[in-house]
Design a protein around this ligand. Structure first.
Ligand SMILES: CC(C)=CCC/C(C)=C/CC/C(C)=C/CC/C(C)=C/[C@@H]1[C@@H](COP(=O)(O)OP(=O)(O)O)[C@]1(C)CC/C=C(\C)CC/C=C(\C)CCC=C(C)C
Ligand code: MN
Length: 380
């Protein structure tokens, strides 16, 4: 299946008519519940040994602000367009089909969620996938700063109830049903900008920022939809952090799986200073030879990716019970990719680590069992 990206400023045929553009005033209601000040950790997982950097603080600031959106009920950020019920059902169906086609296992996980939530997650998935396709997809050669600029304007239109096409309309509807904020969406676009400008990362801090932009943001977008379990006693801030860490863990894993493929595109998403500590350079990446130094380097990278999954675990159990299964599935399946890199004796230069269908299917009931576990009282 192909996701069409229509980025010209011409209106799209048959979809964007006047009836989609009727802004309604925004109603925002704050819940009365009081959020206690989160405990401030001394170090963040992205921190260097030298301490907390500007990047950690910037990312944490976004997480803190997003955790406040969870305290909002009603039509947040909503200029509700007057969609015909059949039109909007069709729009969500299209999102559903794309999600089922591109992310089969994850799609299966969404089936347990409430109807409203699954539709919202499909709409967000499609927007993220289309954003990623701008730089990674078949039309990537047309990528330019202007394209991203236009995509960002379109995002604003989505949030203001002026969707450009059907897939956008599903997201316009979603932002009226859940307290979503534009910031993580904008930051994902910023990640695509970064990807077009940069092909090397000097340190883990730089890479951490990239991972936040392209994947941590997905975690932040997902929590307001998935919901926090009413019996959870930890702060929303802690749960949003766990979501951020799951996104980062997924992206780091993705990077480790794809080192060889990325190198063929001239890209190295590995911290240059850490490569140097193991006596390695870009040349070793491009040579596609798996040496002992490479294996030792990879072992450390895998330990770090796993540490993000460990941090995400407790947060996954704090989500609303119907939303936990897809999250546990994603966490457990991505972890298995790291195991597969080990099974390939750390050859991610010429091989793509792969989790077979049987292993995937066996993981789903295990994830389901984990999803049944109740939120613990204390998240250390
Ligand atoms: C339940 C669940 C997993 C929900 C998220 C659904 C969603 C909106 C996914 C969008 C993913 C997407 C298309 C992102 C665009 C950028 C991108 C491609 C990032 C990489 C995804 C994996 O894609 P793939 O393997 O297909 O990569 P290629 O492009 O083919 O190379 C990423 C690795 C990011 C994935 C990040 C997540 C799915 C975030 C997970 C975090 C949560 C759902 C929060 C859970 C909450 C708590 C409290 C733990
Ligand atoms: Mn991609």
């Amino acid at each position: 299946m192909c996701i069409t990206l229509s980025l010209s400023s011409k209106p799209c045929i048959g979809v964007c008519n006047g009836s989609l553009q009727s802004p309604k005033s925004m109603v925002t209601t704050a819940r009365t519940e009081v959020i206690t000040a989160p405990k401030r950790p001394n170090t963040f997982p992205g921190s260097t040994k030298q301490g907390i950097s500007d990047i950690d603080l910037r990312v944490q600031e976004v997480v803190r602000r997003q955790s406040w959106t969870n305290n909002l009920v009603g039509e947040v950020n909503c200029r509700k367009p007057r969609f015909e019920p059949m039109f909007i059902d069709d729009a969500y169906d299209k999102c559903r089909n794309i999600c089922a086609e591109y992310a089969k296992t994850f799609y299966l996980g969404t089936l347990l969620m409430t109807k409203e939530r699954q539709k919202a997650i499909w709409a967000i998935y499609v927007w993220c996938r289309r954003t990623d396709e701008l730089v990674d997809g078949p039309n990537a050669e047309y990528m330019s700063p202007a394209v991203l600029e236009r995509w960002e304007e379109r995002l604003q239109d989505i949030f203001e109830g002026r969707p450009y096409d059907m897939l956008d309309a599903a997201l316009s509807d979603t932002v009226c049903n859940f307290p979503l904020d534009t910031k993580p969406f904008r930051d994902m676009i910023e990640g695509m900008r970064m990807d077009t400008r940069k092909s090397r990362y000097e340190s883990f801090q730089e890479l951490y920022l990239y991972c936040y932009y392209v994947a941590g943001t997905v975690g932040l977008m997902s929590v307001p939809v998935m919901g926090i379990a009413p019996e959870s006693s930890v702060s929303a801030y802690t749960i949003y952090n766990a979501a951020l860490y799951l996104g980062i863990g997924n992206q780091l894993t993705n990077i480790l799986r794809d080192v060889g493929e990325d190198a063929l595109r001239g890209r190295v998403y590995l911290p240059q200073d850490e490569l140097a500590q193991f006596g390695l350079t870009d040349k070793d990446v491009f040579s596609r030879k798996v040496t002992d130094a490479w294996r030792d380097f990879m072992k450390e990278q895998i330990i770090r990716a796993r540490s993000f999954f460990n941090l995400a675990e407790e947060g996954a159990s704090q989500l609303d019970k119907d939303s936990r299964w897809p999250v546990w599935s994603s966490l457990m399946l991505y972890r298995k990719i790291l195991d597969a890199i080990e099974d390939n004796d750390y050859d991610n230069l010429t091989k793509r680590a792969y989790v077979g269908r049987t292993k995937k299917l066996l993981t789903l009931p295990l994830a389901y069992t984990r999803a049944l576990s109740k939120p613990s009282l204390y998240l250390g």
